[in-house]
Design a protein around this ligand. Structure first.
Ligand SMILES: O=P(O)(O)OC[C@H]1O[C@H](O[C@H]2O[C@H](CO)[C@@H](O)[C@H](O)[C@H]2O)[C@H](O)[C@@H](O)[C@@H]1O
Ligand SMILES: O=c1ccn([C@@H]2O[C@H](COP(=O)(O)OP(=O)(O)O)[C@@H](O)[C@H]2O)c(=O)[nH]1
Length: 455
């Protein structure tokens, strides 16, 4: 069997806490097959980019690259997270484009190609991940790499009119054609990409899932919804009940129900809207006052980026406002925590929560939604309130689906979840769990790699 080489900006190095879905999912996928994981080391070097680090843990070899402060600022904080991230999440109002950060993005991709190419063998299968590394495959081909190259986009693919607003969009997205397979989270993302190729990319859709570029090269494209280690999360959640973190949280609730949200502190996650919807729930359902405590875990993410700093201040203000206006001497409606928790604790928190609140404005998939479902007690499962704009909503359609912009609708879903009878909770949970058992992380990895190998 050929070696699997995974390439991503974020690498879950052994012993490091990581709160992003990509790192969590790739760790699980690589543990099954072994292979090489290549990406950014997480270090910011004083002088130049490019220092390599190598280590091995279990069946995974890690090769990572340091970035200089300037490259990190312009490539990661800049073009990746202030240009592409908002663009791909339908937020043109937040897109900040400059030629300087675009050049840095290309420079860092070229650096990755320079460092990775000598490590590759012709029979490797290379799987490149996400918007940070769109040009990498064409740069590897320029360096003589001949092995299979696949790409997976973890974030949404927006409408082609939005993509076309990006200067140099042609140059950027044509780079995808150097792959043998391009994967998306949902069939909607795939359809929107095909529209782009047809309308703006000077290419054509030969048939659904087969594209021909302007230069005549053919590639495959498909939808491969990412998932979780369903059985592992089930086991972890059942075991978490005996842990002190679970018991402390349970005791602190004094018999009240718990609603939980777990999100990186990111504007795509719809946190201000969710906080406001929770306040709307407190205002509209006075008979339920004091019955539900809302815990929001929101580890700080991309904290050097202005928009994320502004969001953090906004959320602190909102949480203070909601608690100031609605708390009782013996009860605080919401708890807002900026710490990162390991899965061993999180899965217990999910299980304790009667209600999982996952209401992003846009999200490629959202693994938290899937983890919340997998962590439930089959005898007494909680209810998932899920945004229709998360990729996960395509599969978890037995959740209470909401429009995160509709605060009254989200408030009503919270009230409904609090009082939902056990029988209905079980029915909904069983349907969602059946889907997660059939489509877990192993299924995702296998179906993508089988398609890539056959492409
Ligand atoms: O690496 P960071 O900048 O710290 O950000 C964390 C990750 O965020 C994004 O995750 C996406 O991937 C998840 C798994 O497929 C998906 O469920 C979620 O909807 C996406 O937002 C980002 O795409 C990753 O590259 C980051 O590592
Ligand atoms: O304190 C935390 C917060 C989040 N996560 C994990 O980070 C991932 C978040 O992935 P998701 O797809 O929901 O969103 P992303 O952050 O990748 O956009 C999930 O596996 C969470 O369990 C974690 O381990 N600890």
């Amino acid at each position: 069997m050929s070696r699997l080489v995974v390439v991503s900006n974020r690498v879950a190095l052994p012993g490091q806490a990581s709160s992003g879905g990509l790192a969590v999912a790739l760790q699980a996928a690589l543990e099954e097959t072994g292979g090489l994981w290549f990406g950014w080391s997480g270090n910011i070097a004083d002088d130049a980019s490019g220092q390599l680090h190598e280590q091995t843990a279990g069946n995974i070899d890690y090769v990572t690259v340091d970035l200089s402060r300037a490259d990190h600022d312009d490539y990661y904080n800049g073009f990746a997270n202030r240009t592409l991230w908002p663009l791909l999440h339908f937020r043109m109002d937040l897109v900040d484009y400059s030629r300087e950060t675009w050049e840095a993005y290309r420079r860092v991709n070229a650096l990755f190609a320079d460092r990775l190419a000598p490590q590759l063998r012709d029979d490797d299968v290379v799987w490149i991940h996400d918007y940070h590394l769109i040009p990498l495959a064409s740069l590897l081909r320029e360096r003589g790499v001949r092995c299979k190259l696949g790409f997976f986009l973890h974030v949404p693919m927006p409408s082609s009119d939005i993509l076309a607003a990006l200067p140099h969009h042609g140059l950027l997205f044509e780079g995808l054609s150097a792959h043998d397979l391009v994967g998306f989270q949902t069939s909607r993302d795939l359809e929107r990409f095909q529209d782009y190729v047809r309308l703006f990319g000077r290419g054509r859709v030969v048939e659904h899932g087969v594209l021909e570029t302007a230069s005549g090269r053919r590639l495959r494209a498909g939808a491969f919804p990412i998932s979780i280690d369903t059985a592992g999360i089930e086991r972890q959640a059942a075991a978490a009940v005996g842990k002190s973190s679970f018991k402390r949280l349970a005791r602190s609730l004094s018999g009240r129900a718990l609603a939980i949200g777990v999100d990186r502190l990111d504007y795509s996650k719809g946190l201000p809207e969710r906080f406001r919807a929770f306040e709307r729930y407190l205002q509209r359902y006075p008979d339920q006052i004091g019955e539900l405590t809302y815990l929001q875990i929101a580890p700080v993410s991309r904290g050097d980026v202005l928009e994320y700093q502004t969001l953090r201040s906004e959320l602190e203000q909102l949480a203070g406002h909601i608690n100031g206006g609605h708390a009782e001497p013996d009860w605080t409606p919401m708890r807002y925590v900026n710490r990162n928790f390991p899965h061993a604790s999180l899965t217990g928190f999910y299980r304790l929560a009667r209600l999982g609140l996952v209401t992003p404005l846009r999200d490629g998939m959202n693994l938290v939604a899937k983890e919340y479902v997998a962590a439930q007690d089959p005898e007494d499962p909680g209810v998932l309130v899920l945004s229709s704009f998360a990729g996960a909503a395509r599969e978890l359609d037995q959740a209470l689906l909401v429009n995160p912009y509709d605060l009254d609708g989200v408030a009503a879903a919270i009230a409904r979840a609090v009082s939902m009878p056990l029988e209905e909770r079980r029915e909904r949970w069983e349907a969602m769990m059946a889907c997660l058992r059939d489509h877990d992380i192993t299924d995702w990895r296998r179906s993508y790699l089988q398609t890539l190998r056959a492409a």
